[in-house]
Structures are given as structure tokens and as C-alpha cells.
Design a protein around this ligand. Sequence first.
Ligand SMILES: [Zn+2]
Length: 414
Amino acid sequence: MPDNHKTTACLGCGAALAPPFLNLGRTPLANSYLRPEHAAANEPVFDLAVTYCGQCHLVQLTSTVPPESLFSEYLYFSSYSESYLAHASEMADSLISRLNLDSSSRVLEIASNDGYLLQFFKRRGIPVLGIEPAHNIAVQARERGIPTMECFFGTDSAAAIVARNSLADLIIGNNVMAHVPAINAFLSAVRTCLKPQGTAVFEFPYLGDLLDNNEFDTIYHEHVFYYSLGAVCALVRRARLKLVDVERQSVHGGSLRIFLQHESAGPPAPAVPAMLEEEKRRGLLGPELYRSFGKAVEDLKSELLRLLWELRASGKSVAAYGAPAKGNTLLNYCGVGRDLVQFTVDRSPHKQGLLLPGSRIPILAPQALLEKRPQYAVILPWNIASEIIEQQQQYLRAGGKFIIPIPHPVIVDG
Ligand SMILES: [Zn+2]
């Protein structure tokens, strides 16, 4: 059985790591959806636990899985969520006007997925280049006319970008900074690819929101890091870059959008020191807050299980809506299987017909919700719960009820 690589030293600063504040057990990879013919096979499982570095404030997994085994055949196609597409369109517009981008500019996106974001720059006549390691997804991006390098971003791809004279005015990485174990080398490669006056913009789920809203299910093996702005500052300085601005975003349960430039840039916008001060006040830059979060997650598990057991005991049928990676952390950590949730539904045809890793819950098409009429459906992508409830009015009118599990399980019946 494969094993993950235990880290004893902080992946940011190299200091010795403290024991985890939250241990989610040994679980399969959150994106390793199973074909039904493999339902009886043993799945590889890996340690999933999180710790806080007292030296540089970086919250990280205590062990990592090589990226090659995580991202070579990825099932997440960005274009399938309408609200995320709207976010991408807004992001492109806002960056084009903020940075005055035009047809002489170059935009580089790291982990560009199926071109969901770069398409909005391309439509405005701005040259783009995507970097995407998953072959099946890179193919889709090229089909929609987005030039895409099929590789992981790092020292080698940075050298290739320099060699083809493609330094960028704007480098974007949405939901990528959390995924790269060799984060120091990654940020150095970003600096290498950035024009002297260029800006790098990264978005990632914000640790402050994760803690506030019990979003523990966003912890899975693909996400090595959970960032506070304080931790970002230390990393950016080490890479000889400068954090010049920060914005809060509502996607993925609450994210940060950070703006980096070369270290020679001027002083940061007021939002940067203001947020650092707030983090210090709230306790994000010390170990105590993390210990109490670990306890809160155990309480949430008991709450959700109690609700599902009660529903089963009273003869109610329960399914789920959605098959996002984070749903697998939720179900597997809580020990929820087909005895408590009979099936789930997902709009992505790439996931329909497969089984969720660990729990082995089957994924059906959304119409199963109306055909099989489960009395309750747990919304696994709770961050887009309002979009789902809007789309599923027919299910609600037929008497169905939704359960939103995070931050605390609540029942929605219309
Ligand atoms: Zn550290």
C-alpha cells in the first residue's frame, strides 16, 4: 500500500513541526472517484492531519502525497459551476481594468484547468497562456482555443517560459497556492516569469473563514496549505516578492485574492497591514485558536451523525447533492456510508456512474432526485447551496428537504 510522505519540518521555514491540532484519520484521496467494477477493491488510504508552525504561522498537512499521483487525471472541470464562472468573468474584468491590460500584454495562468478563466481575457484580445498538468483537461482547454502547456509549474516550466520570451504582465493562480508542497520554489518560479512591473494574483481559500465557519471539509490531501495572510507574508518575503494588496472574496467558502509584485515595489495598500492586525487580534498567529478549532470539528461530526441516525431511525430516506472533493472529507471523517446516505447526484457527466471514494456512495444524474424522491438530501458543495436550492425547486415542491452540513447541520424545506 502506498504511503504519504511525512513532513517533520515546516515546508515554509524548515522549523520542527508541532503535533497536529486536527487529525481526520487515514482516508482515500478526495478526488479518487471509483468505477463501480472496483467497488470491492481496497482503496489506498493516506494520513490526513493538520498542524500549525509556530515560527512562520504556516498551517499545513503533516504529510504530503506526490502531486503526480493527485493531478494527472483530474475530474474537476471548473466550467461546471455557474457561480464560479461568473466569479471568473468578474475577476478578468476587474484585473484588466486595474492593470490596464491590452493586446500588448501577456497573461499566464497556472493550473488553468479547462480555460474557464483565460477565455475571458482571450475574448478581450489579450494574449494568454495556460499551464495545466492534467492531460484530459489540457485537451479541453486547447479545444476551446486556449494555448496550454501541459506540465506542472515550477523551476523547469519557468525556464521554458523565459526561453520563449513569454514573461507575463499578469500571472494568475486560482486555487493553486494551497496545492504545491514545494511552495518556496514555486514562488521563486513566479518571480522568474514576472515582468519587472508585472503583478501576480493568487486566490486561495482563507484560513480565517475556514476557522470561522467550521469548513474542515476543505481539508484534503490536495490542499497542503491553509493560509493566513501572516503566513503568506513570510513566504512572499522569502521568495523576494512583495505583497502589495489583498481582497476578500466569497468563493469557495471565503477566499483571499493577493497581489504580488517584485520586491522593489512601493508600500502595500492599507488593506494589508489592516488584515495582519486583525489576524493578530483574532489569534490566527498563535497555536491556541487551532486547538479549539480541532475540538469544534469533533463536535460538528457528532452533530451531523446524530441527525443522520435519527432520520434513519425514523424511517426517512436520505441522499446527497453534489460530489465535490470536500464532500469526501466530510463523509469519510464522519464515517457516513451508504447505510446513512443512499446515493448522491452531480451535474458533471464525468462523475455520474462513479462511486465516491471511501464511502462508496454511488453518483447519479440530478434527475434521480426527482425519480427516487429521497426525503432529505445533504448538500455537499455547501458553498453553492443557494445556487443548488434555486435549481432544485421542483424537488422542494415535491416535499424534499435539503440538509446544509456546514458550519452546523441545518434543514432547508423551501
Ligand atoms: Zn514554518
